[in-house]
Design a protein around this ligand. Sequence first.
Ligand SMILES: Cc1ncc(COP(=O)(O)O)c(C=O)c1O
Length: 378
Amino acid sequence: MDKMIYLDNAATTAVEPAVLASYMETTKRLVGNPSSLHNLGVVSNRILNKAREQVAELLNAKADEIIFTSGGSEADNLAIKGTAWAKKRYGNHIIISAIEHPAVTRSAQWLETQGFELDYAPVDHDGKVIVEEFAKLIKPETILVSIMVVNNVVGSAQPIKKIAAVLEDYPNIHFHVDAVQALGKVAVEDFMIDRVDLASFSAHKFHGVKGVGILYKKEGRVIDPLIHGGGQEMGLRSTTENMAGIVSTAKALRLYLEKEKDCYDKKIRDYLYEQLGTYENVTLFSPEDTKNIVAFGIKGIRGEVLVHAFEEKEIYISTNSACSSRKKTEKSPLENMGYSPELAETIVRVSLDYTNAMAEIEHFMVVFNLLYKKLSKV
Ligand SMILES: Cc1ncc(COP(=O)(O)O)c(C=O)c1O
């Protein structure tokens, strides 16, 4: 192998050449601010609306249900804080799962400091929300439920339809799903369902550019903005629109969803999962029905050690980097799945994509075998 092997696609993906071309073309061609009254503004506004319509169609939504943001984190913050502020006179209780991304967890925890009450829906050993336990947490004060579609640490897909079925009895609760890791792994129609009110996406996870996110907000649901100003994005996110980012995101989304059936090769995922499972000291943290993520650890070896050892061989994987910002008293997603802190520290994550070939994973396993023997001796 004479080229690097990139297996960190859940962290970010490489921009597709056609997406980059669209980004550059839009930057060069569109001078006008879409809010300007003159012709250049009108042209920009028309193209902005077109991009919004394309994104909406691909996500089973209407154009005015699509709000462009600066990324998945902003979309999550807007959904969560925006709901809390808009609905605080009706209640102050929020439920999130115990393994959400920090963009959700930290937003909800900040709201706790502002007088809101937060509960965590427990997950099982596979990293899936236990729906019956979740249902018990709902109370008259509950205004928001936020559950991710696909987990970014272990790759588990959440029972969104079952959670939605529980929430049918509570039509006033906003149901937000963080779908940042979901596209290409779970079919859009399986989570963009009627009972879902808000959904977050991020362009750089589907071969778009960094710095563009999408928040779907169902018509009729009310949230408050985080950013006030000129009233762009239906008054929910003021600032002059990132035209090149938005137009190229519409392109990236279309290209990616066209590939929906093979956003990653399940044969490669299965091979990797099976091979790793044959090593005595390997813990597989991902469930058997994981999506494109295979998270595992070698007992006694910290994740960082393995990441750097692979890096020396130009193979790029990651740890559960979100750990770094966690308070000492707070449990990691793996601990919430029932693993000990010692095992949780061993985690590394391989995340696949359509760019990965079987030969790369075979090479990965050769390197892994050498590292396993070397590290086991230490
Ligand atoms: C599940 C999930 N939510 C939110 C985010 C944040 O997205 P962004 O990097 O676009 O802010 C990520 C990024 O890793 C993620 O995996």
